[in-house]
Every structure is written in C-alpha cells, then in structure tokens.
Design a protein around this ligand. Structure first.
Ligand code: TRH
Length: 383
C-alpha cells in the first residue's frame, strides 16, 4: 500500500489478553509487511504491555515496532483526523465523534469490523458482507477470520514457519526456553506448555502426569489456573524459578513473556495446551500436538466452537485414519476431571500420529492467504 495510507485499529480489552494480542499482532504485520502507518487505539494499555513489554503501561501515546499505540479513553482527542481504513476489533465500538468525523471525510474510510475467529461453517457466508450505517454515509464490512479460503483467514506473518523450523533444529534454543522457566532440560521428559482458563480438570491432568510412567516437564504462565494449582499443590503454588516436583511431574510457573518468546515456548514443547483465539492459532503454526480450551461462554456455546474446529481438524484426514481427539478435547473443555484423566492415556499414545496431523494441518493452512494480506487487498479495492 502507498506509504501515505493510514489505518486505525480500535481495541477494547474484554478480559484476558487475546483482544490485545490479536490487535497488536495485526498492527505489527500491517506495518512490517505492508508499509502502512498504523495507530492502535486501545483502552487497556497495561494488558497489552503484559505481552509487549517494550510498551509503557502508563503511557497514553507511544510507538513500538513501527506501530503508534494510543490509549483509548472515551473519545479520541479533538481534531483527530480519521484515516483511510478503520478496523474495529471484535465489534468494540468506535467513539461517536470519531464516526461523525469519518462521515465528513470526502472519501469516508473503509470501515472493517474484525470478528472473533471461528471454525463454524456459517462464517463463510457472512464473511466480507457490508452493512450500511443507519444514518451516516458509511458502510461497515464484516471480516470473519477462519480456516477456509472463503473466510478471512488467520494471522500469519512472513517467515513464521521458517523461523519455527530453524528454532526446532537448534537444541540450544529449545533448552534455553526450559532453562528460562527454571527447568533443567531432560531429553527423556514430555515437555508441556499449559496455558488455560480456570479449569476443574487441571488437577486430574497434573495427577495423571505425576503418576504416569514418564517424566513430564510443564510450564504454566504466572497466574494461569491459579486456584486449581493452589488446590493441587496444597497452597504451595510454585513461584517463577522454584519448580514443584511431584512424582514424575516437574511443574514450573513462568512469567509472561512477549509474543515471540511465547511462540518459542510453543515450538519447544511436545504438547501445547492453549486457549482463546491467538494462542490457539499460534499452537497450530507451532505444528506440535495441542489441546484447545475455547473461551468459556454461557449456554456452552464454546463447546460448539470447539467441536466445529475438531471436526475440521479430524476431517482433514481420511475417515479410517482419524485419531479420536474428541475425548480429551471434550473432557478438557467441559472441565470434567474424570473424562480428562480417562482420555489422557489414549491421547498420549497417539501423540506421534497427532504430531503428523498437526504439521500437515499447519502446512495446508499456510497455503491460504493470511488474514493481514487478505484484509489489505480487500481494503485496497475499496479505497
Ligand atoms: O488471553 P486469552 O484468553 O484471550 C481471550 C481470547 O482472545 C478470546 O477469544 C476473547 O474472547 C477473550 O480474550 C476476550 O487467550 P488468547 O487469545 O490466546 O490470547 C493470549 C495472548 O497472550 C496471545 O496473544 C499470546 C499472548 N501471550 C504472550 O504473549 N505471552 C505469554 O507469556 C502468554 C501466556 C500469552
């Protein structure tokens, strides 16, 4: 895109880190790969700073890795000129005065609502549709991230898979990840990255590992599944640098790191438990076996989202070669300790085949246009 083109991305953090994580990743890719002048307007700068430590949590206006980051507090400052493209992340809503200024531009900005990622089939028919503003000469376009060519795709920056493969060929890099988390590399250990929501099935899974027949080394980000870890450890939740050992399990609590270092944890692990949206996609790019905990929703809507993805993932191999991922994924997403513990041995036994499936899935997904590229093309055609 011509260097004069400006994009604003708006993000309001609902909770956790995914809203900020996706918006930040998109902003950086647009700047790095498409030469776009991007401003990210975000309400909770502190949430973003947890995963982008180069940012000052208290600063209202700053720049990092080619992106301007401004605190969104109520309306944008008077006189803020709307850009050529506005991305409203996750339908977060734009300030009224800003929308009015958009309508007054001779050529109103392209306004895109970035939706949450879903594997559900219906999104293909909804992706890219317009919705005229009820009062103003503006149109909102709906962008549905997904796993099919008819969807809005998923974020994948240039060189990601090559960087992953180079990392995997470097044993020192992998060992460095475990040492940084306070764990001594053990070539015999099953290495697990555990990033999940509060989940009643956590203690049962940790018990299965502690009582299993192989060493297991597990990294848990600080504060994740805190109450379950507290219960499981009898109040002795490990702190960063002091792993807890029980039976065959060594569990280390590690500080949050930036998104690239988080990728390295996923690349260094044999098995990744991930959650929400962005770490879920990053585990797919890591190409190792993974278990996804969908963001819990009322009326169990998250189970439908999880099932839609498992259906696509399992469906990517011929009928007779399916691996039966559902028991562990269902038990985990249902927070069912008994089902999770019962499903673990079979999942563990199938991990070599699940690794082959994960790599094939990543290769196939990488053949699709990435979200940023597709979005840039879409907007270029409407500028
Ligand atoms: O934190 P999340 O649960 O965010 C969720 C989801 O995005 C969900 O879809 C949304 O509805 C909800 O927020 C409001 O999970 P997610 O999506 O994996 O985002 C975590 C981000 O944090 C991701 O970008 C990875 C990043 N991260 C780091 O950069 N470093 C770390 O150490 C850790 C643990 C995470």
């Amino acid at each position: 895109m011509p260097p004069s083109i400006r994009w604003d991305i708006f993000c309001r953090v609902v909770d956790n880190f995914g809203d900020a994580g996706v918006a930040w990743r998109l902003a950086r890719q647009l700047a790095d790969e498409h030469g776009i002048a991007v401003t990210l307007w975000i309400d909770e700068v502190a949430s973003l700073a947890r995963i982008a430590p180069s940012l000052g949590a208290q600063r209202a206006d700053q720049a990092a890795t080619g992106v301007r980051v401004r605190r969104l507090a109520g309306d944008v400052p008077d006189g803020t000129a709307p850009p050529d493209v506005v991305v409203e992340a996750f339908g977060c809503g734009l300030p009224d005065a800003y929308v009015a200024a958009m309508a007054q531009r001779p050529r109103p900005p392209v306004w895109v609502v970035l939706e949450y990622l879903s594997a559900e089939p219906w999104i293909d028919a909804s992706h890219g549709l317009p919705s005229p503003h009820p009062r103003l000469p503006l149109t909102r376009w709906f962008w549905f991230p997904g796993f099919t060519p008819k969807s809005g795709g998923v974020l994948r920056e240039a060189g990601l898979l090559a960087a992953r493969d180079a990392f995997r060929l470097d044993p020192a890099a992998r060992d460095g990840v475990w040492r940084a988390a306070g764990l001594l590399p053990d070539p015999e250990a099953l290495c697990v990255s555990l990033f999940c929501y509060e989940n009643p099935a956590v203690p049962a899974l940790l018990d299965a590992w502690a009582e299993g027949d192989e060493p297991v080394a597990c990294i848990v980000p600080e504060g994740v599944a805190r109450s379950e870890l507290d219960r499981w450890s009898g109040g002795a939740v490990p702190h960063p640098g002091t792993p807890l050992r029980r039976g065959r399990l060594t569990l280390a609590v590690a500080p949050f790191v930036d998104q690239r270092a988080f990728d390295h944890r996923l690349w260094a692990a044999d098995l990744n438990f991930v959650r929400g949206e962005d770490s879920f996609v990053r585990a797919q790019w890591a190409g190792q076996p993974y278990v996804w905990q969908a963001y819990p929703q009322a009326d169990d809507a998250h189970l439908a989202k999880m099932d839609a993805f498992v259906t696509r993932l399992e469906g990517s191999v011929p009928e007779g070669h399916r691996l039966g991922l559902r028991p562990l994924w269902y038990g985990w997403n249902a927070g069912d300790p008994v089902a999770t513990a019962a499903a673990w041995p079979d999942f563990r036994a199938k991990m070599p085949a699940i690794a082959v499936l994960a790599r094939a899935w990543a290769r196939a997904l990488a053949r699709q246009t990435d979200l940023a590229e597709g979005l840039v093309r879409f907007c270029e055609n409407r500028l």
